[in-house]
Design a protein around this ligand. Structure first.
Ligand code: ATP
Ligand code: VIB
Length: 274
């Protein structure tokens, strides 16, 4: 019965081609994905301009707007700082609006950003509000081809980090990737078998795989140095950390939703001069 279910399970493919320059991706025609970018209120990764260039929709969660306003010009120290600020205009700024600075609010409002104040909702965090917006606004897009890249979800206050991880579980049917300068994280839903195509020029070899929403009775992987074979994983017992990718394709099949994390190589080229 279990093996029949496994056989019927759809395969979901993952590839961090958004960390490659757009010219490389289009030349090899490897990306059928549509990207949205959500910038949170934590330090932006150095490769944020690269993510920005891949994204069709760019959203700042409340104080994330300050991070673009202050942080992107610093990535281009030799260029005119005001010019840079004018080139990185979010489509939308959404949240409870208690962290965006007044001058940043005014700057982007005048340049056409849509500003959505959801201060009446004190039950979900700003990342949740942004993902809900993307989901509502993009019904026409094929959600299986939509990938939401998120910066600033990691590092900082632990309750914020926990709330951000919870968003991965709330929206477990959407592709959401958290990115910092050091690593990326995504949720591998138990509804699918997963094929992760490693972009070895920009990611790996260190990786981890573990359940946080509930234990896994059986997880099987291929392509890792320490592969799992019908293994049990749970906090308080075994979880897979400091593992390494051994092959260009890693496969994961589990009865639980798992977090997959892989290290990023530095420096990832920003992909663009602006
Ligand atoms: N210290 C932090 N660590 C991790 N994530 C953070 C941190 N600070 C902010 N974030 C992320 O950035 C988003 C926007 O944060 P901001 O500081 O603008 O608002 P906030 O009022 O602190 O957060 P929220 O209203 O969502 O509780 C948050 O929803 C969260 O996802
Ligand atoms: C049980 C419970 N715990 C905490 C909060 C507070 N809270 C959670 S998300 C959020 C919004 C932040 O912008 C706030 C204030 C709540 N509502 N319910």
């Amino acid at each position: 019965m279990v093996s029949r279910l496994v056989q019927n399970m759809k395969v979901m493919k993952h590839a961090a081609t958004f960390l490659l320059p757009p010219s490389v991706v289009s030349a090899t025609n490897r990306s059928a994905q549509t990207y949205a970018l959500v910038v949170l209120n934590q330090q932006i990764p150095k490769f944020t301009p690269l993510l920005w260039s891949h994204a069709k929709l760019r959203i700042c969660a409340d104080g994330g707007a300050n991070r673009i306003f202050d942080g992107v010009p610093k990535l281009f120290p030799d260029q005119n700082q005001l010019n840079i600020q004018h080139r990185y205009i979010p489509n939308v700024i959404k949240g409870d609006m208690d962290s965006i600075r007044p001058e940043v609010h005014k700057f982007y409002a005048e340049l056409g950003s849509e500003i959505i104040d959801k201060s009446e909702n004190q039950d979900t965090n700003d990342l949740h509000k942004c993902i809900s917006f993307i989901r509502e606004q993009t019904p026409a897009w094929d959600h299986s081809n939509l990938c939401i890249l998120v910066t600033g979800a990691l590092g900082g206050r632990f309750d914020h980090e926990a709330a951000n991880l919870n968003v991965l579980y709330v929206f477990s049917d959407m592709r959401i990737v958290f990115l910092s300068d050091d690593c990326q994280i995504r949720l591998l839903a138990r509804t699918h078998q997963h094929e992760i195509h490693i972009q070895s020029t920009v990611e790996g070899p260190h990786c981890g795989l573990f359940p946080i929403g509930g234990p896994s009775v059986s997880t099987t992987t291929t392509g890792l140095t320490w592969d799992l074979c019908n293994s049990e994983m749970r906090f308080g017992s075994m979880i897979s950390t400091s593992n390494k990718v051994r092959e260009e394709k890693v496969t994961v099949c589990s009865d639980a939703d798992l977090l997959w994390t892989i290290s990023l190589k530095t420096p990832i080229h920003m992909g663009l001069t602006c």
